[in-house]
Write a protein that binds this ligand. Structure first.
Ligand code: HEM
Ligand code: HEM
Length: 177
């Protein structure tokens, strides 16, 4: 399997990062939604630590993927229609921005209740804040807004994949498999 992206397909690093992160982000959303319905207590705190650590991991992978994307142009656009090419680039870049916003807002919402941001017990990013519930609710609001934006991008992304694959009869999935 090719390492570099080429005209027709993504190389293996882009594919591995895409599917690894897709799995991680879908699990993070499921865990976040589950968490938000839990009563306070040790079990919830433990799951928040797992959610936060996995979110930091997603951010590290995002940085690697961003660097790789900058030095590796993607395959040729599948469509010749200008607005579709522009929309697909916009959605792809917006994913990067929204995932970063999700991690930053989540970290700030945790830091403003006085928690350090953990990473699987290996290290923790220390909080510069005293407990400040008004600021906590502010960042929590951004964390929820970021997840709505992520869900909207995901719907557009799935719509485009299904459209090209089923209606346009173009083998878009093969480029990422
Ligand atoms: C939260 C989950 C997902 C995210 C954040 C995501 C993000 C992205 C991004 C940013 C790209 C552009 C390439 C790159 O920058 O690496 C891309 C391409 C692609 N994604 Fe996803 N994706 C997700 C889930 C999925 C799923 C579930 C499918 C399939 C059902 C899928 C199918 C594809 C395909 C086929 C491409 C290549 C598009 C092309 O050739 O232009 N993605 N995805
Ligand atoms: C891409 C990464 C992330 C995704 C997709 C994600 C997603 C979510 C979602 C969907 C929720 C539920 C929101 C709701 O109530 O509607 C949530 C809650 C939460 N997330 Fe994240 N999150 C991510 C990263 C982080 C990070 C890095 C942290 C902290 C360092 C964090 C901390 C929290 C906290 C504290 C909650 C609220 C739990 C509660 O209700 O008390 N998240 N997250």
């Amino acid at each position: 399997m090719a390492t570099q992206n080429n005209e027709a397909s993504y190389g293996w690093p882009a594919k591995a990062l895409h599917w690894g992160m897709a799995l991680l982000i879908i699990s993070l959303v499921a865990l976040g939604l589950y968490l938000s319905g839990m009563p306070r207590g040790d079990a919830k705190s433990e799951l928040i630590r797992l959610h936060a650590s996995s979110g930091v991991l997603a951010f590290m992978l995002l940085l690697v993927r961003f660097g790789w994307k900058l030095c590796q142009p993607g395959p040729r656009p599948l469509s010749d229609i200008k607005w579709q090419v522009v929309l697909s680039k916009l959605v792809h870049w917006a994913f990067y921005a929204v995932i970063a916003a999700q991690v930053i807002s989540g970290s700030l919402s945790l830091m403003t209740v006085g928690w350090d941001v953990p990473f699987f017990g290996l290290f923790a990013i220390p909080t510069p804040y005293e407990r400040d519930m008004a600021l906590h609710h502010y960042w929590e609001g951004w964390h929820v807004a970021a997840w709505y934006a992520l869900a909207s991008l995901f719907a557009l992304h799935m719509g485009a994949v299904l459209f090209h694959q089923l209606v346009g009869k173009k083998r878009i999935l093969k480029r990422m498999l």
